[in-house]
Write a protein that binds this ligand. Sequence first.
Ligand code: 6PG
Length: 231
Amino acid sequence: MKTSKLPIFSRLEVCPDAETLAAAAAQRILAAAQDALAQRGRFSLALAGGSTPRRCYERLRQAAFDWSRVDVYFGDERCLPVAHPDRNDVMAADAWLDRVPLPAANRHVIPAERGPEAAAQAYAGALAGALPFDLVLLGLGEDGHTASLFPGNEALGRTEAVVPVFRAPKPPAERVSLSLDTLNSARRKLFLVSGAGKRDILARLAADPALPAARIHGAEWLVDRDAWPGA
Ligand code: 6PG
């Protein structure tokens, strides 16, 4: 069966390159925001970390949009000191959030500097009343992880809203992540996948439903041509 015909990729768009992917992702986020604002008066978005989303966030920075009723959360965070350059919230702030008039109260960062357990507990409290998110952005690791849910890691099986992560294979070893259940509860889930380095894992996902990213149900996929294994 052609990869693109597999159920996991039933809602897939292949973009010519990373820049087009970033533009398509920003467009999809803004459209989801407009729908949510029209229907519910607010839009809640959980951001992906890593490097792929940065170009999309820079596109959002350039958008003429009223951010006053948008709530931004994070799908995961690395247990590093506040303002550490490797934190996911620092990347999002630098690319977008610090450069638009989004009210400070609408930016819900994970206090990962407190360590996995304390931060997970604190963030679960911050999520009270906020679920389900309207949209969750997700990255894909070359081992099939998403957010900070790694293959074979015990965090994957935990059912709290927010989970502590230990012994992550991608540094830092200690992280905080929304749980699989919380990610799946979102009204929409959108993966952004770019680069030839993701080609193998995209091919593997279809064959290995146990991989964390394969356990996100009904997701939309924006993949660039370098990453797509073809047919
Ligand atoms: C992180 C992210 C992680 C990331 C993937 C893809 O903290 O690193 O949460 O899940 O999204 O590893 O990362 P790239 O976009 O850098 O390839």
